[in-house]
Design a protein around this ligand. Sequence first.
Ligand code: MG
Length: 385
Amino acid sequence: MITDAVIVAAGRGVRAGGGLPKQWRSVAGKVVLRHAFDALAALPEIRRIAVVVHPDEMERARSLLDQTNAVYVHGGANRDDSVRAGLEALAQYAEKPEAVLIHDGARPNLRPDVTRRVLAALEKAAAAAPAIPVSDALWRGASGTVSGVVPREALFRAQTPQGFHFDAILAAHREQTTPAADDVEVARRAGLDVMIVEGDDGNIKITRPEDFELVAPFLEKRMGMDIRTGNGFDVHRFGEGDHVWLCGVRIPYSKSLIGHSDADVGMHAITDAIYGALARGDIGQHFPPSDPQWKGAESHIFLRHACELAAEMGYRISNIDCTLICEQPKIGPHQNAMRAALADIMALDADQIGVKATTSEKLGFTGREEGIAALATATLIGDSK
Ligand code: MG
């Protein structure tokens, strides 16, 4: 069955704290929406994913996901409108899907077995959704006291992804006039039987601030060992001046390094090592020297960008090693200040950052003291896909 998915992430709710809408905040080193997207994108059964976001967040979504199987859709005024917009977008393609999964962008910990149970049920039923039987006693309460007990037999907590035969749920959404709690309600109003499949207690919908802490251990356990390394190399020549910037530290010297930015050769090599590990180009592509806005720029702007990109892509930096190659100035006295400066910029511990120096035995351009060269290696640890 050709299956597409809709991820609903258009909400602006900041009830979960942190200033940003919950689906744009990070948990276990990765943006919530990215977790939700990756959980579906990892399954070969799913062809295309419509990501429904607020119109203001379109660019953020594009740069966060950057996947060829993603379609970006403007959300509507409420959840039903957003789901319908996602379904309509998928209906535009020449080969329409036969089935669709509709998933909350705020449920980051979706295990593949849950999705596969929904897909298997769609072979037999027009609609299927995961749920958990209620195990706690259920009360009714009024004015702070228990006013009654609700029998919990046959009660379930609904989860997503909810799956449907595509034409049936699209028709049901088009007929829809009053708001629904979820797509199962929309389907039932249209007369569809919805099969219940086993959900997962870890498939938590982030709603309150504490939900981030609740879901994080589940995600961290699943974060495997995707280890990447990248290297960077840079050279800047000496010119007139009275100081150099090296690895974020200003060192008084009889010359300066020449460059379009502040010419911090060490920081440039480290930045390129991170871009390299991510396979996302180099510093010149992200900050073209032809663009006047980067003239004289402080290099921590570049390094911070590389670190943010790593976080967005689901990687954390394990360590950095940088070697500066020059005869002068002497690096040793500044080594620890450099590690501290870099740690501050990268939000790492100084223990994760090595800075060392060597001469080139008076050979070559560094030996003739015409400039400084720098090498760097970065190791990143990411989510296993
Ligand atoms: Mg450079």
